[in-house]
Design a protein around this ligand. Sequence first.
Ligand code: GLN
Ligand code: ZN
Length: 771
Amino acid sequence: MTQTIPTSRATVYGYPRQGAQRELKKAIESYWSGRSDADALLSAARDLRLRNLVELREAGVDEIPSNYFSFYDHVLDTACLLGAVPERHLAAVPDATTPAGELDRYFAMARGTADAPPLEMTKWFDTNYHYLVPELGPDTRFALNLAKPLTEFAEALDQGVTTRPVLVGPVTFLLLAKDPTGTEGFRPLDLLDRIVPLYADLLRQLREAGAEWVQLDEPALVTDQPADVLAKVAETYETLAAGEIRPKILVASYFDRLGEALPVLASSPVEGLALDFTNNAAANLDDLAAAGGIENKRLVAGVVNGRNIWAADLPAALGTLGTLLGLAGSVDVAASCSLLHVPLDVTLETGLDPEIAGWLSFARQKLDEIVALRRGLTEGRAAIGNVLHINESRLASRAASPIVRVPAVRERVAGVTDADLHRASPYGKRRQAQQDRIHLPQLPTTTIGSFPQTQELRKARAALRKGELDQEAYAEAMRAEIRAVIAEQERIGLDVLVHGEPERNDMVQYFGEQLTGFLATQHGWVQSYGTRYVRPPLIVGDVARPEPMTVEWSAYAQSQTERPVKGMLTGPVTMLAWSFVRDDQPEGDTARQVALALRDEVLDLERAGISIIQVDEPALRETLPLRTGERAAYLDWAVASFQLSTSGVRDDTQVHTHMCYAEFGDVLQAIIDMDADVISLEAARSNMAIVAGLAEAGYPNEAGPGVWDIHSPRVPSVEEIAGHLRTAVAAFPAERLWVNPDCGLKTRGYPEVRATLANLVEATGRLRARP
Ligand code: GLN
Ligand code: ZN
């Protein structure tokens, strides 16, 4: 029998790990709670991996990855693979020779134990996935523990599938690590010489187990890297390729273009490169051509966007693939990055209008797109005529839909003038007007918005959803909570109060449910970190606000107290950052639509007598483009949309914003340009470093650096908080300082909230008495 040899393969770098019913989350949490044992967890995980294997194979994926599975996080897996376990976790779980011991040590690194804090967690590039930051110091000793990739390779081989193991590459692994002791003159990348031999050993063993290809992910190379790092990249892959017994090496990049790293990898002896050709990374195409192509290498072309939820434009992708054919030894078709970042399957969304469902593509649908493109590339367009026809009609239906383009919204956006982006008066004049109206003491105390989300609140929401509680009874439950939260804050003695956000399930979802253009999913779960999954809303069309969203709650809260209560909204950048955004117009345009909807809400709050309105932008920093060259354009629209949402108010209405989850050193100018009257910022963990940064940058308005790290249940003492305040006052004018926690309190419990806020008020009192 003759067989046509495919000149192109369909592949992916990873697939959602959790299972259609979030089985993995359930199995892990059941293990944590002691309801099941290690064997049960390991076998549940194995079942899920095998189910994915079957799903990928049946979808027609030619080359299937392995080792993309993780119990918590793939960077943590890499640290364990290399034996980089901090002392405290070794001590916390001394015996890792049993399956339970090994899992417990792993989870100790991820979640901490009573005496051993976990590894730090941070965002995986510019996605909403969080990885655990490896801790590597000059004395770190490594030892290969390759059971995981070998087991996962072997179990697939047992099913007759030779997979391509996927590993975090050595350079990226080190660039993502940190030295917790901050040793002078040391950076984790200095350890490259120690880990490259381990990678070489790993490659050899994978080859001996039967692997033909291995994928080493180097997404850190899509960020700006200095020449010395690029030289190390060249050296690393020179060394790895010199191994005599090894699989072929595919170096994978995603999330942006490779830039200066492209020629480095192109001239390295590795056999394959994976490049992203979507969004900002589309420039890879020109760069590849400029580098003269990679004639003798395999190119894996990420032409299907692995991060958004839109059906691909198949003809456009085929066009890109056709161009690439001339630039590489072979061209394979892939998603731009692991499908980890998108929900599993649109067909689970039974509540969705079928027309809209047709516009969407989740992980399972992306497999079909990739496979179809591969066929189109090797067999010609005619071979996938039917698929192209359906694709064309879906794209056309989306483009013409009245949900997508709403003339009234577009006219309003087009009518925005520069004057709409600025407050009527400069800060100095506003400050006077606000002081005359609001009357606050020196160092005003406040919180960021949410109070603990209690079990009762969650129950009330669930009961409302199930129809066991009617709207009015639900509203009364919320009002009761607001009364309690207001009374609590008055008792503690805070100056500016909040209503506590009891009615919000999530700060983006809550608004998404009330704005047109946003769509919620039933099963669109995406891993945020560990067993935490989120269901981001989809922005499918033009955004408008049919009616006020928060005014009733804020006005009710204000009616319960003489003290000012802050109105509380989520800003346009964060609304976009934590949703799946549309890809048919620039993000800045979508942000403006959201901003106009929020502007109306801000003005309605003002009209209802609310004197202070906070518009949260916690995601402003994390959405910063990976490449510095792209940042100015992003910050332009980000700042403009914030201003559009807030600047319609009178001088004597005080606008606050809030940012967290990041350090802000590189967005200080944007913070100044946003021109909020007051910004509260996360600062406690970095010991108020941001305050000096604000002062140096000449930040002219008011600021509240967080004095309480709300990520832990620890109660900081009066002395500790006073110490933070003294640091702040030493660096920044006291008359423009506020006192507040790092972030909202919704994940905290009442005991620590009461104790800490009382300490915060007392510490502030000390500073006021003796500045
Ligand atoms: N106002 C929100 C809260 O207090 C802000 C949350 C955030 O910054 N992530 O919960
Ligand atoms: Zn926050």
